[in-house]
Design a protein around this ligand. Structure first.
Ligand code: BG6
Ligand code: MG
Length: 224
């Protein structure tokens, strides 16, 4: 595919950026950690955001100094996902975070290429539940990558599919791992959420309601 040098493209993380599923992941991991007698607070949770399911369970086991059989590991992963999906089942377009639809609509109307770059294997299912699939030119999710964030593979694949260089990509992320991934790949990193937590991002916003048309123009004109 021909790569235009000047065009900008947008890559959205899903959990905690487009929808507030981060709280469902938190609840499911907390239950699991407590069943293993591993303490789990918001602080530990921050370190799991953006991290794949398998790496998240490995981290919890490390924190608790636990070693378990492969069978037990696999059954815990399945149990966590089942619990998480019970929350997801109740989702609808009302769960789209404020300002997201307006931003996606503006970007679509202005012909910006848009991709999803998520660690989640449930990403397509969630986009369907909230009715946003058609906004994305390409979807890269946890089923298509072998290296989890903070490795930039997921975003690099997104750029490849969108036909842009990494330097042309603007990434929206709510996790430290995701901001690291975008920065490593020389993309413009935009932190959505707590600025203190996402201090490595190039730009920070509490949420998409802060992203006016002027702000989006600033992002597209910014040279890193
Ligand atoms: C990320 C979340 O988007 O996806 C993580 O921030 C989650 O919390 C990861 O563990 C994997 O998601 P899933 O849906 O495949 O378990
Ligand atoms: Mg996220």
């Amino acid at each position: 595919m021909m790569k235009s040098q000047f065009k900008k493209a947008f890559i959205f993380d899903l959990d905690g950026v487009i929808v507030d599923t981060a709280k469902f992941h938190f609840l499911a991991w907390k239950n699991l950690a407590e069943s293993l007698e591993v303490s789990f607070s918001e602080e530990e949770n921050e370190q799991l955001k953006g991290v794949s399911r398998i790496n998240s369970l490995q981290k919890i086991l490390e924190w608790g100094n636990k070693s378990i059989s492969e069978d037990k590991f696999n059954s815990l992963m399945a149990q966590k996902n089942e619990e998480y999906l019970a929350f997801v089942d109740r989702m609808s377009p009302e769960d789209i975070l404020p300002g997201v639809l307006e931003t996606l609509t503006y970007l679509k109307e202005n012909n910006y290429p848009i991709a999803l770059g998520s660690a989640s294997k449930n990403a397509r299912h969630i986009l369907t539940k909230v009715g946003l699939t058609s906004y994305f030119d390409h979807i890269v999710d946890g089923n298509e990558v072998s290296k989890a964030k903070p490795d930039p593979e997921v975003f690099l694949k997104g750029c490849e599919l969108l036909g842009v260089e990494p330097e042309q990509a603007i990434v929206f992320e709510d996790s430290q791992a995701g901001i690291k991934a975008a920065n490593t790949a020389h993309m413009l990193s935009v932190g959505i959420g707590d600025k203190a937590v996402l201090s490595e991002a190039d730009f920070n916003f509490e949420g998409f309601t802060e992203l006016t048309e002027d702000t989006l123009k600033t992002l597209t004109n910014f040279k890193k």
